[in-house]
Design a protein around this ligand. Structure first.
Ligand code: DAH
Length: 351
């Protein structure tokens, strides 16, 4: 290289600097490049430093070229630095990329327990007929479970239900409590706090002190029903329960009412449907009888109405109560009530 700075030299330095800058592989190498051209002993710096040895004319021309080369290179350096930065960033992104296309782990689908489902279907039928839905306490006072339902203490009718007594009495220390043996206590609770007309169904749990077998559980579900108003007759009971039977067990169902005894109704009945399996000729489901009993019902006893402060001369009503497990077992062909509560998913998944 010629020691005397010249325009040609500036041009050469500039061209080779641009080439090398283009070829710089990474940000670190930019430093070496800067030192080589623009550093204190860099090639362009040296030209600028040696301008003093030139005649004035040449000095002006070469100086101006060298200065603009300097700022051009500084600018090129910044451009290249940004370029390399971007390249580095996208290389990093690629390297750290997460594959989000992996298939997710399937979430198992839950479903309603067959008893919950049956309760909803039963209540829906009555709701469509204008009944409301209420729930009540599972731990009950014996007053509501028995006394208010026309079952006084020491009355033999109490033996109809094997009661689970609670080892606890309420605040005033005098009223024993129990796990309700049926949902009927809600009849008294509802009437006590509302004036007629009353139209309500009460789904809920009931409990009995009972050895379990294929048709008995110590806890189970019932749906209670109550309608009280002026002029309600046994025909209303029949109409409502007939409609219920057809909606749950099929349009072509027939129903049968026979006298039965429940202390809180008079007259009391049991309602049966003709067997939906054999149509009445007798089979395994109906035990050969052709009829299947599905609920107890009756006209609300005047003593029960009077007990909650209703005028039994003015108001009449009907009530009914059914076992949800039994209805579900009949519809689904399940032959052991204990299967509902054994937590066996193989059983529950079938429905
Ligand atoms: N509570 C009765 C039972 O558990 C069923 C029942 C019968 C309810 C007649 C009623 C009714 O409301 O009128 O055996």
């Amino acid at each position: 290289m010629n020691d005397r700075p010249s325009l040609q030299q500036v041009e050469e330095v500039r061209a080779s600097a641009a080439r090398e800058l283009d070829a710089a592989p990474d940000i670190q190498s930019l430093d070496e490049w800067r030192i080589a051209y623009l550093g204190r002993g860099g090639r362009l710096t040296r030209i600028l430093r040696e301008l003093g040895g030139l005649p004035p004319d040449e000095r002006r021309a070469v100086g101006s070229a060298a200065n603009s080369a300097k700022s051009a290179l500084e600018e090129d350096l910044e451009v290249r630095r940004r370029e390399l930065h971007r390249a580095q960033a996208s290389a990093n992104l690629l390297a750290e990329r997460i594959d989000v296309t992996l298939p997710g782990r399937p979430t198992p689908h839950g479903r309603l327990h067959p008893i919950t489902e049956t309760i909803r279907e039963i209540t829906e039928v009555f709701v469509s007929m204008g009944f409301g839905v209420e729930e009540g306490p599972e731990v009950e006072l014996d007053r509501y479970n028995f006394d208010m339902l026309n079952i006084p203490k020491e009355h033999p009718a109490r033996d109809m239900w094997d009661t689970l007594w609670i080892d606890h009495v309420d605040e005033d220390g005098s009223r024993p409590m129990l796990l309700r043996t049926h949902t009927s206590p809600m009849q008294a609770r509802i009437m006590e706090t509302t004036e007629p007309p009353v139209r309500v169904v009460v789904p809920g749990k009931a409990f009995r002190y009972e050895a379990t077998d294929a048709t008995h559980e110590w806890h189970f579900h019932q749906v209670e029903g109550l309608a009280v108003d002026e002029g309600i007759t046994f025909s209303d009971l029949k109409g409502a329960l007939f409609e219920f039977a057809r909606r749950i067990f099929g349009e072509e169902r027939r129903v049968r009412f026979r006298c039965d005894f429940f202390p809180f109704v008079e007259p009391g009945v049991d309602m049966a449907i003709d067997c939906f399996k054999c149509g009445g000729s007798g089979c395994r489901i109906c035990g050969g009888a052709g009829w299947i009993e599905i609920l107890g019902a009756g006209m609300v006893h005047p003593s029960v109405l009077e007990g909650v402060g209703y005028d039994s001369q003015k108001y009449t009503g009907f009530a009914f109560g059914m076992g949800v497990e039994r209805i579900c077992m009949l519809r689904r062909g399940i032959d052991d009530i204990r299967l509902f509560y054994s937590n066996d998913l193989r059983f529950l998944r079938q429905f």
